[in-house]
Unconditional design. Structure first.
Length: 544
């Protein structure tokens, strides 16, 4: 056990002896010592698909337990809505332009300090299982088993800390759960606090459910979002030019599971150059038993589609694609929920629950047909916001709801604070500990956002902006120079850019000033924007 933790435990014991029965000010956390941290994160899990937020689409009873027993954050958001950059922000506690991982393309610079390294140095035992997507291995972990890149849904390969590469037969979500449980039960020493990062690949594209959830969701019909048929009028060019529309950009084979030979038979063209390839790569990995289950599940859907497709309108096709998308996306979430339930059960059974901080979040939000889209990247609500709930029985009141604008930037500062460690002064987040205790005053009232990966898959233009409770001001740049302003109270669906509306002139000028201040505060600048463009200028569009 490392020195800091020993000192902490001695202090706790000493305080307990001299304060026995009298020191009212001794808080629960002090008595219990440094908390364990179980950080659960899934990939591309929209808050719209968690019943603690809305049960329109799916019931997630286990994930909801975290909110019911703890705190639900209704305005949590990310700083840059894309996978690897979000993970870099979480681990480093710094915005993308400072930690350097601005997009999914280049590896994370591992010379940077991350919060797990600091916890490990202070005596925490640390482990990570699942998707990291950094292009290199994490530092600060006693044990890790991570998926290379995006990883596979079935029969995944893992990069392991001690045993090289290892392929495990089975369904990835369940395997990651078993690895995490196994570490908790068998590999951990009981006298040290732990940090466990339990990181799902699901429900990332191509949305593959496990056998037990295939048919359950295949036979359901889901409510459509109001903006499914958005025509992108009333905004600038970015929404119009993005390539993430369900009808025109989602893969027929890879995503909707219409086999390539059926596409040929019906005369359906690929929606991307990797449409059929994605399907083939997926089914080629299946064992013959898994392949039989797949055929059995999707067979009736394919037969029905073959009959209906020749006469169907574009509007109905859009509807069909939305339903097909939801069936698989939600089926893969159901497995995440099963896994979360098992891990929460173990915490309860083992008596670890009281002083363990359990976080459930996603690396960003996701479009579930809103604006006709799938994927993320935009500062618009569904991808900018992310699910977040935190349970810590020793500190957080059960059933509490917090509406503050917290960000993925805040995790590092929060965990270090919870472990009574000082965060390095260049970390840019805020500790959420006061919020956990119900103390919200003085918390930030505006957040800063910056997305970079363009030109690239889905073609979402580079943009940065400021978001307050009432407004969202965005600047799209690089091959355009366009500004958008949304009135978040009056236009919840974000369909009307009011930047050029005279009635909002003073809002525009105030927010522009605040945005410039935030850029200075977080050390972002036009020079850095240019430097990042210059750095990657020779990159070709990835699918050309
Ligand atoms: C893949 C997906 C994209 C997705 C990126 C990034 N295409 O390229 O839809 O936006 O990953 O996702 S796929 O056909 O290969 O699935 S991220 O979560 O890693 O940022
Ligand atoms: Ca993601």
């Amino acid at each position: 056990m490392r020195i800091q933790i020993i000192l902490k435990l001695i202090t706790v014991a000493f305080t307990s002896i001299i304060c026995f029965g009298s020191c009212q000010e001794t808080s629960e956390e002090k008595k219990l010592g440094p908390p364990n941290i179980l950080f659960i994160m899934s990939d591309d899990h929209a808050y719209q698909a968690i019943s603690a937020y809305s049960d329109n689409l799916i019931k997630t009873p286990n994930i909801d337990r975290i909110a019911n027993d703890g705190m639900l954050f209704t305005n949590a958001c990310v700083t840059n809505s894309i996978c690897a950059p979000s993970r870099a922000v979480i681990l480093s506690g710094k915005h993308s332009h400072i930690n350097g991982k601005i997009d999914n393309i280049f590896p994370f610079d591992t010379t940077q300090i991350t919060f797990p390294q600091l916890l490990q140095d202070a005596g925490y035992q640390t482990a990570m299982f699942g998707k990291l997507h950094f292009g290199n291995s994490p530092k600060g972990f006693d044990q890790f088993k991570i998926l290379p890149g995006q990883g596979w849904y079935y029969n995944p390969e893992f990069i392991t800390k001690y045993d090289g590469r290892d392929t495990v037969i089975g369904y990835t979500t369940d395997i990651i759960t078993e690895m995490s449980l196994n570490w908790l039960k068998n590999d951990r020493t009981v006298d040290q606090p732990f940090l466990l990062m339990y990181l799902h690949k699901a429900p990332h594209r191509e949305w593959l459910p496990p056998k037990r959830h295939y048919t359950n969701y295949l036979n359901k019909t889901f409510p459509e979002p109001e903006t499914l048929f958005d025509n992108y009028k009333g905004r600038g060019s970015a929404a119009k030019e993005a390539e993430m529309n369900l009808l025109t950009h989602m893969n027929w084979a890879g995503d909707s599971k219409i086999p390539p030979d059926v596409m040929d038979e019906l005369g359906i063209a690929e929606n991307s150059i990797w449409d059929k390839k994605a399907y083939e790569r997926t089914v080629d990995r299946l064992t013959s038993e898994q392949r039989n289950d797949w055929d059995e599940a999707y067979g009736p859907m394919i037969e029905k589609f073959k009959k209906e497709y020749p006469t169907v309108s574009d509007e109905d096709l859009m509807r069909w694609r939305y339903q097909r998308y939801m069936q698989d996306y939600l089926g893969s979430i159901a497995a995440v929920d099963d896994g979360v339930g098992k891990v929460l059960d173990y915490l309860e059974e083992s008596g670890l629950e009281e002083n363990t901080i359990v976080v459930y979040t996603s690396d960003q939000g996701f479009y579930l047909g809103e604006h006709g889209w799938f994927d993320k990247r935009f500062i618009y609500n569904e991808s900018f916001k992310t699910p977040l709930m935190v349970k810590w029985p020793a500190v957080i009141d059960a059933g509490s709801v917090n509406t503050q604008m917290v960000q993925n930037l805040d995790f590092a500062n929060t965990f270090l604070d919870a472990a009574s460690l000082e965060a390095p002064s260049d970390m840019q987040g805020e500790s959420l500990l006061p919020l956990f205790k119900g103390e919200n005053s003085g918390f930030r009232d505006a957040v800063y956002y910056h997305y970079y990966e363009y030109p690239s898959v889905h073609m979402v233009k580079r943009h940065y902006g400021i978001v307050t409770e009432d407004y969202k001001l965005v600047h799209f740049y690089y091959d355009v120079d366009e500004w958008e302003l949304y009135d978040r109270k009056k236009d919840k669906l974000e369909m009307k850019n009011v930047y050029h509306d005279e009635a909002y002139a003073s809002v525009v000028s105030d927010l522009t000033e605040q945005l410039n201040e935030l850029r200075i505060q977080y050390k972002d600048s036009p020079e850095l924007d240019k430097a990042f463009i210059e750095k990657y200028k020779d990159l070709k569009r990835w699918d050309k």
